[in-house]
Design a protein around this ligand. Structure first.
Ligand code: UDP
Length: 240
């Protein structure tokens, strides 16, 4: 692709579910390889990339809490699931020839580096793809909020949220055929309309720090690079 990228530094949010492919649970090797390939393709456009990966393909704290168990323990398990995904993604990125690092919001030094701004700066100077694991490092949050937090710390131009649909809709387009798709929408409108594309804490944090969120589909190969080249179909959530 010849176009200069529309953003120089991004935070790419990939949900855990994006890694499980059609198998319904865990990590599907071919799907993981595709996610890594998309990231490397985007990097080759000259974009600095931080990645926040979710854990929903393995575990979500709320699902344990719903059965009456302790939410905090469930969330710790959920965060560990994101670490597993992050390690798998790093391994795949390295296998495909990229340099990558995992920085975790939970301290597990034998497994990956604990997140700190200084370590982040060092990896960024080195040109590594940085994968942020364990969300915010605290229970009662999601990896979307982790993405907004790390996006602010990484000083990105935008958060790119890869989803199963090609943008933000007024309702779930898979359930409601009258759902309307937005090309542009503000953070405040997303909050006021209660749109479920990201949780309110994540949208508020992005709004407070003036970070646009670009929502696009990762169903198609190379979707990330396309959006970065200003070509793909997406919705931009921004201040104006
Ligand atoms: N989690 C948490 N704090 C965070 C981020 C995640 O406790 O800052 C836990 C929470 O239990 C969550 C799980 O990790 O359900 C997996 O994250 P998420 O549901 O955001 O993953 P995704 O939906 O993106 O796959």
């Amino acid at each position: 692709m010849s176009n200069a990228p529309i953003y120089k530094r991004i935070l790419y949010k990939v949900s855990g579910e994006a890694l499980m492919g059609k198998q319904g649970f865990g990590i599907h090797p071919e799907t993981l390889a595709q996610v890594a390939m998309d990231i490397i393709e985007a990097k080759s456009l000259g974009v600095e990339i931080g990645v926040v990966i979710g854990g929903g393909n393995i575990f979500r704290g709320v699902s344990l809490a719903a059965k009456g168990a302790d939410r905090v323990t469930g969330d710790h398990m959920g965060m560990l699931a994101t670490v597993m995904n992050a390690l798998a993604l790093r391994m795949e990125l390295e296998k495909q020839g990229a340099s990558a690092a995992v920085l975790s919001g939970l301290d597990i030094p034998a497994v990956c580096q604990p997140f700190s701004q200084r370590v982040l700066d060092a990896h960024q100077e080195n040109g590594d793809i940085v994968i942020f694991a364990a969300g915010t490092g605290s229970p009662y949050f999601t990896t979307d909020t982790g993405a907004a937090l790390r996006a602010a710390e990484f000083g990105v131009d935008a958060i790119l949220k890869g989803t199963q649909v090609d943008g933000v809709y007024s309702a779930d387009p898979k359930k409601d055929k009258n759902a309307v798709r937005y090309d542009q929408i503000t953070h405040l409108e997303v909050l006021e309309k209660g749109l479920g594309i990201m949780d309110a804490a994540a949208i508020s944090l992005a709004r407070d720090n003036n970070i646009p969120v670009v929502v696009f589909s990762i169903a198609e190969k190379g979707g990330l690079a396309k959006v970065l080249s200003g070509k793909g179909r997406s919705t931009t959530i921004s201040g104006q």
